[in-house]
Design a protein around this ligand. Structure first.
Ligand SMILES: [Zn+2]
Length: 284
């Protein structure tokens, strides 16, 4: 993927290497979203649930160090991808007569505070609707590259575009509509709706790639395969097999690998937002 010497977003807040401090953390609706997004990598709320019982204060280990050249490079890459998402979503919102509020993106190491409570690297990248911010510990990318065998820079871009997809859903009121059903339908039905929300974020990542390619011509040989590989690597069935040795369909929150790839490709091929209604389709 061609990304060097291109515009970097000014919406990145880099907290890596910053010194430790006590932080207050909160709960609420955002905590649920975090809980669900925890499943992206954790796959098993049983393991992570205790972490979500947030204490009012969290100690961040004191640390202050300069970033390595490699870390600085990774930060620039993230800022270029975020800038690409801004260009695409500003344009697509404008076409619909709407204005796009660009999200923030926080890079952190190990632990940080968010509008949705404490963010840990174990949670994987997530979007917090409360403060409209994407949180990423770049250690996650090292993990998907090694543990899930999904290498490549476009794989990283896909994950960022998926999280920005959640922001787009938030901006369009889709996330609020979904969350308002939480107390009205069974847990099982709600987790099915969450799968639809996740698959739509994959579709939106595909739309982004289609549009960004037209604007920037940034894709290189093998990039799409990397994205597909990443979409497949973070499917719930794959993660659950890795963590538990078997698949529990009721606990799915992101969709199977096959579903995630299919919706990503649908967005990638068409670039057409009207094809992304994962909520009313019978063919998920
Ligand atoms: Zn997601």
């Amino acid at each position: 993927m061609r990304w060097r010497d291109r515009r970097q977003s000014s919406n990145v807040e880099d907290r890596r290497g910053s010194s430790g401090r006590k932080i207050a953390v909160g709960g609420g609706l955002g905590t649920l979203v975090v809980a669900i997004l925890y499943l992206l990598l954790g796959g098993n709320l049983g393991d992570n649930a205790p972490d979500l019982q947030l204490s009012p204060q969290v100690d961040i280990p004191a640390e202050s160090r300069p970033l390595t050249a490699e870390e600085q490079d990774a930060g620039k890459f993230v800022a270029v991808v975020l800038a690409d998402t801004e260009d695409v979503w500003n344009m697509l919102f404008e076409k619909q007569g709407k204005s796009y509020q660009e999200p923030k993106l926080v890079l952190f190491t190990d632990l940080t505070t968010s509008g949705c409570g404490a963010a840990r690297s174990a949670s994987g990248p997530f979007y917090c609707p409360e403060d409209r911010t994407v949180y990423i510990d770049l250690g996650f990318f090292a993990e998907i590259q090694e543990r899930l065998n999904a290498p490549g820079d476009f794989a990283m871009a896909y994950v960022i575009a998926h999280e920005v997809g959640h922001h787009v859903q938030n901006q369009l009121g889709i996330m609020e509509r979904v969350m308002s059903q939480r107390d009205r339908i069974s847990e099982r039905d709600f987790s099915q709706v969450m799968v639809r929300l996740e698959l739509q974020a994959d579709f939106l990542a595909g739309v982004w790639a289609h549009r960004a390619q037209r604007m920037q011509n940034f894709l290189e040989e093998g990039d799409i395969e990397e994205g597909i590989n990443a979409a497949g690597a973070v499917g719930d069935d794959r993660i659950q097999r890795m963590t538990q040795g078997y698949v529990v369909p009721d606990a799915f929150t992101h969709g199977t690998s096959e579903q995630r790839i299919r919706w990503f490709l649908k967005g990638l091929r068409s670039g057409d937002l009207s094809e992304g209604d994962t909520f009313s389709t019978n063919d998920l």
